[in-house]
Design a protein around this ligand. Structure first.
Ligand code: NDP
Length: 476
């Protein structure tokens, strides 16, 4: 685009009539005059303002409510529309209509986000990224509420609110707090695998276009014979994984805090439509029972050498929103939005659908009764499903799943993966030490012990690098 060109986003074809929020053209009724929208009604040239000025009241009332409360997590985001296409026949393992035949296409909406920061926070912050996709299938909306990491910090949802508090601001200082951050993580070792992902360079992706999406959670796909498999879904970026170093990400936070938002919007405007290839990992219930790790443990991956990826589709983002607030900020995704043939597993992530609540923007089921009413019979579509593997027995417990030596194995596997890529282990140690050095000494020591349990060499390297970074005044 040359300097004199008008950007495409500023080109309009019509001149709409200016109205108040009720759609009424703005005028002073008793004078039948169009009023100046930049002026309030007043008595005489310098007189008091009039409460009858509906235009002014309407304007201010709406302005006061312009911001809906931001999301507690995933507040800063960007998104776009696109299309999914089935590329490979997987009709032997699924009856989901959207995946029925090669070439079948489905429209979709994505929303990418950081997790911990507020709405104005920098896109390039070290954080996992949300990667949510809403497929507008012929059998209802199917939401994939994914992250750019294959695992998560926790495997028990009861820990989630507390954990998130530790990643946010200190209640007294209102500052991000390294002691709080590491105090929690160094005392909840099941998080260490995800911590390894977060502090590798993949914790600072180059853009939303250059990162993968993973279901993390395990789902059930129903087969044509009514039996099911457990599945995990991977969406790999066709642009290639690309990351920032810690230094680059930090610099960009100040220079262009909206870099990821801008990169996605501009790429699509240029016609460089990003795409992702989708794969599924599949385990039968019998295989799952014999598997080394619980298939419902969100802190574990399914090693690809044992459970290979099977390709089934590709999606491409090809259209930007017309209005960010209406289409992206308000976009709401729920893991419970599934379609026939896709089901939650016993993975403890499932939340039943609720009615009402904030950000309910699609009619809230209109006048339909909010209970199973005899006045409003519903049709239920039969879906074949084998419940055999859903017979669970055991006492009711409210205990944490204990951390065992198994919880350090995959974190060490990732440390080895980083070792195969030049400079990645060095960057990881640098990324951790640059953050951990701000924590209290007792917390630092507990964190060294945690990493030593992953790998002795890793623990020692983190301790040396971190202590070298601790300011003398912070030593206790
Ligand atoms: P594999 O060697 O078969 O696979 C390694 C995986 O690591 C690939 O999926 C690759 O994803 C990913 N990877 C490569 N470089 C990095 C990096 N710098 N940061 C994070 N991930 C990277 O090994 P396993 O399946 O046995 O897994 C080994 C470790 O790899 C795991 O402990 C886990 O932490 C990590 N991993 C595993 C995944 C899985 O589903 N099995 C998925 C992603 C990571 P890509 O091809 O996209 O580069």
């Amino acid at each position: 685009m040359g300097h004199g060109d008008e950007p495409k986003t500023y080109r309009y074809n019509e001149t709409p009539v200016y109205t108040a929020s009720n759609g009424c053209p703005v005028h002073i009724p008793y004078l039948s005059r169009v009023m100046d929208p930049q002026a309030a009604q007043r008595v005489g040239a310098n007189g008091p303002l009039l409460l009858q000025d509906f235009h002014l009241i309407d304007l201010l009332a709406h302005f006061d409510r312009e911001r809906i409360p931001e999301r507690v997590v995933h507040a800063k985001g960007a998104g776009a529309y696109g299309e999914f296409e089935v590329t490979d026949d997987i009709s032997d393992i699924t009856i989901v209509d959207m995946l029925k035949e090669v070439g079948k296409k489905t429209n979709l909406l994505t929303r990418f986000s950081t997790v911990g920061g507020e709405k104005g926070s920098p896109d390039s912050a070290r954080d996992p990224r949300g990667f949510a996709i809403k497929f507008y299938t012929e059998e209802g909306n199917w939401d994939w509420v994914f992250n750019n990491t294959p695992v998560f910090f926790l495997r028990d949802p009861a820990k989630f609110p507390v954990f998130i508090h530790t990643q946010k601001r200190n209640p007294q200082t209102n500052l991000k707090d390294a002691t709080m951050f590491w105090d929690y993580l160094s005392t909840h070792h099941e998080a260490v695998h995800q911590v390894m992902h977060l502090f590798s360079d993949r914790g600072t992706p180059y853009s939303y276009r250059h990162m993968n999406a993973y279901s993390g959670h395990t789902y059930k796909w129903i087969k044509p014979d009514g039996t099911f498999n457990y599945v995990q879904i991977h969406c790999k970026t066709d642009q290639g994984n690309k990351t920032f170093t810690n230094e680059e990400a930090t610099k960009l936070s100040a220079k262009n805090p909206d870099w990821h938002t801008q990169d996605l919007f501009n790429a699509i405007e240029r016609g460089e439509n990003p795409s992702w290839t989708c794969y599924v990992q599949v385990l039968s219930p019998e295989q799952a029972e014999k598997f080394r790790w619980s298939v419902f443990d969100l802190t574990k991956v399914w090693p690809q050498s044992e459970v290979p990826l099977r390709r089934f589709g590709r999606f491409t983002l090809n259209k930007n929103p017309q209005n960010y607030f209406a289409e992206i900020e308000q976009a709401a995704f729920s893991p419970s939005h599934m379609v026939p043939g896709a089901e939650p597993s016993a993975d403890p992530s499932f939340n039943p659908t609720h009615r009402d609540g904030y950000m309910n923007v699609h009619g809230n089921y209109g006048a339909n009764p909010n209970y199973p009413s005899t006045f409003r019979p519903l049709n239920y579509k039969p879906v074949k499903a084998n419940q055999e593997h859903e017979k669970w027995t055991g006492a009711v417990l409210a205990e944490q799943i204990p951390v065992t030596s198994e919880d350090y194995v995959q974190a060490n596997d990732l440390w080895q993966v980083l070792g195969r890529q030049p400079g990645q282990q060095e960057n990881f140690v640098k990324n951790i030490s640059g953050h951990l050095c701000g924590a209290h000494e007792r917390v630092r020591k507990a964190t060294y012990q945690m990493f030593t349990r992953v790998n002795k060499d890793l623990g020692a390297r983190i301790e040396i690098a971190t202590e070298a970074n601790v300011a003398p005044s912070a030593r206790l």
